[in-house]
Design a protein around this ligand. Structure first.
Ligand code: SF4
Length: 222
């Protein structure tokens, strides 16, 4: 299949075959975002990672976890290591109802590592979908009470608990966007929901050469 042509001005890192910004062992392409932004934007951004501000603390903690445990720890453990380094003693969990059992296990893991947790289910508030204008036909199970996912309430309840780090366990696409937008504590993700691939969204990309060829085919608007 012919690749869609992109105009020069819209080329970005996904079109770069060099990735020279990582180790500087090749060259920068003509459209390189590093060289184009090599003015105040890079300097101003780098400044945020220095000093004692929250961005700097998070950046250093993330780099320390990566550098110390690269390829050795599971993501569950990396979250604990990260929480310890940013001084978060109370972990908020925004969980999907479909992953409540995984959340319960995660809570036990946190406890085993001396961390408190506070979980809020996506259905908390128990607001029927029709109350926000979603028609009954759009419910998974029609003709009965079916609560909306309520990511803003999840965030607000965790904000009230003054959690130091919030962890997403399987929130839907878009509900996670709202949760992240309204969370006061920094957010990381333990499980990214994919109902079809057992929560491994990368599987669709890995298998797009054969089983998921449809991903690359122009089709009806989703
Ligand atoms: S910043 Fe430049 S070198 Fe790095 S991936 Fe983007 S285009 Fe390539």
């Amino acid at each position: 299949m012919a690749k869609p042509k992109k105009s020069e001005s819209s080329l970005s890192c996904s079109e770069c075959g060099l990735l020279n910004c990582y180790r500087r062992d090749k060259r920068f392409p003509p459209f390189c975002l590093t060289t184009q932004a090599a003015d105040k934007l890079v300097a101003n951004t780098t400044g945020l990672y220095r000093g004692k501000g929250q961005d700097a603390r998070l950046a250093r903690a993330a780099a320390e976890v990566e550098g110390t445990y690269y390829g050795k720890l599971t993501r569950v453990e990396e979250i604990i290591a990260f929480a310890n380094r940013i001084g978060a003693r109370r972990i908020g969990i925004a969980t999907c109802i479909g992953l409540i059992e995984e959340t319960r296990i995660f809570v036990r893991v946190l406890q085993a590592h001396g961390l408190e947790s506070y979980s809020v289910l996506c259905k908390a508030g128990s607001v029927d979908k029709t109350e926000i204008g979603i028609p009954d036909e759009m419910k998974i199970k029609k003709g009965c009470h079916e609560s909306i996912c309520n990511p803003i309430l999840q965030a607000r309840l965790l904000n009230r608990q003054k959690t130091g780090l919030n962890v997403i366990v399987g929130l839907c696409v878009g509900h996670d966007s709202l949760f992240i937008k309204h969370s006061k504590a920094p957010v990381t993700t333990l499980i990214t929901k994919d109902r079809v691939t057992g929560h491994n969204p990368a599987a669709a990309l890995y298998t797009s050469g054969f089983y998921y060829q449809r991903l690359l085919q122009p089709g009806k608007k989703l």
